[in-house]
Design a protein around this ligand. Structure first.
Ligand code: PMP
Length: 376
């Protein structure tokens, strides 16, 4: 049976060749007679899997050795607490500045407020109320020139792509020395990681949950500038201490070994398919196509400002709310799945990660046109 087109925001569709290779190696990895799930994380076989995954990732990102690559756990959510815990001794008091652009940066802001003194440096919400009362949709990203970062900020957090709201920060600040050493930029890149070349060397820390463009759930990838190692506070669990994870090459304790293996296969698939330059090209084509179609109709709408529109997660609505359920039901029948918007805002969301080809977007647009023809 052919696979459906899967628009999930994460865990999301994976490249078929990756799944096929994992299936073929499931019972016997490279003549060892055992599965990757069954091998010691200290074995030379697993070390080889981890080393290759790290080397391929470094090559894809052109990541210099100034950065440690950490394969860790807990998801991007946990990093919101783990980062302050790891930087605690770098400052008398942690002062954490935030760029708010949507659901995930708000979640990070709230979590960080448990560890430090937080402040909003810029916000893309018109009348956002942090007390959770009335909330306007997130539709734009504040330009870098308007960011007002405290001189004593310990770090500045931003979410480079808001998975729920479909808002992407395309322009990352470049003032390297200031941001990297004095005020490190910390980026939650979960949903646009590996979607295009990203200026990771502008950041002190870039982190991402793997279950979108980078593999399966369970693995969190953290790229940390080595200048930021060695400052963890006493409350930081040793298994989440970046210095330990870096020193033991992600094997301080048992890492999410199978997820690291799957990510390794995904990195090779990206390398064999034109690397990040081609991922960017494809993602532009796919998203431009869908946005142009949405903008051309009076039936569907996406309210994000053009310059801030995400290339990976595209939320949209039907002008006639009552048609939402029939749209989703019909889509499933047409084998277009996981199109429901995030539970916090509803609507529809099409996530166009690397493993979803142009033909998947074509199938979606065909379905949308047909639906409009039938109900419009
Ligand atoms: N940040 C962003 C941008 C995300 O998209 C997500 C997951 N959808 C998270 C954080 C949270 O990731 P996790 O559930 O793996 O902790």
């Amino acid at each position: 049976m052919s696979r459906p087109w899967n628009f999930s925001a994460g865990p999301s569709t994976l490249p078929k060749p990756v799944l096929e290779q994992a299936a073929s190696e499931m019972l016997d990895w490279h003549g060892t007679g055992i599965s990757v799930m069954e091998m010691s994380h200290r074995s030379r076989h697993f070390c080889q899997i981890r080393d290759e995954a790290e080397a391929d990732l470094r090559e894809l990102l052109a990541l210099p050795d100034d950065y440690a690559v950490l394969f860790t756990t807990g998801g991007a959510t946990t990093e919101n607490a783990v980062i302050p815990m790891n930087l605690m001794r770098r400052h008398k008091e942690l002062a954490i500045d935030f760029i708010l652009t949507g659901y995930w940066s708000i979640r990070s802001f709230k979590e960080a407020s448990r560890y430090g003194n937080v402040k909003v440096a810029a916000s893309g919400g018109y009348s956002i109320r942090l007390d959770g009362a009335e909330q306007q949709p997130w539709t734009w990203t504040p330009p870098v020139q308007t960011w007002s970062v405290r001189q004593n900020a310990s770090y500045l957090h931003m979410c480079s792509n808001e998975t729920v709201d479909g808002v992407e920060i395309t322009e990352w600040p470049v003032s390297l020395p200031r941001l990297k050493v004095k005020i490190p930029l910390v980026v939650d890149a979960s949903s646009n990681f590996l979607s295009r070349p990203l200026p990771i060397t502008n950041t002190g820390i870039t982190f991402a949950s793997a279950q979108k463009n980078a593999g399966a759930a369970g693995l969190t990838i953290v790229l940390v500038h080595r200048d930021l190692l060695g400052y963890s506070g006493i409350n930081c669990p040793s298994s989440l201490n970046y210095t330990n994870i870096a020193k033991f090459r992600s094997c301080y304790n048992t890492p999410p070994a199978y997820s690291i293996y799957i990510s390794g296969l995904v990195f090779k698939w990206i390398k064999n398919n034109g690397a990040l330059e081609n991922m960017e090209k494809q993602n532009r084509l796919k998203s431009n196509w869908l946005y142009s179609y949405i903008d051309s109709t009076e039936f569907y709408s996406n309210s994000v400002h053009h310059a801030s529109r995400s290339r990976t997660n595209i939320p949209f609505r039907l002008y006639r709310k009552a048609l939402h359920e029939p749209f989703i039901r019909g889509a499933k029948e047409a084998r277009l799945i996981q199109l429901e918007g995030h539970r916090s805002i509803g609507g529809i969301r099409a996530s166009l990660y690397n493993a979803l080809p142009l033909s998947g977007v074509s199938a979606l647009i065909e379905y949308m046109k047909d639906f409009e023809y039938r109900y419009g």
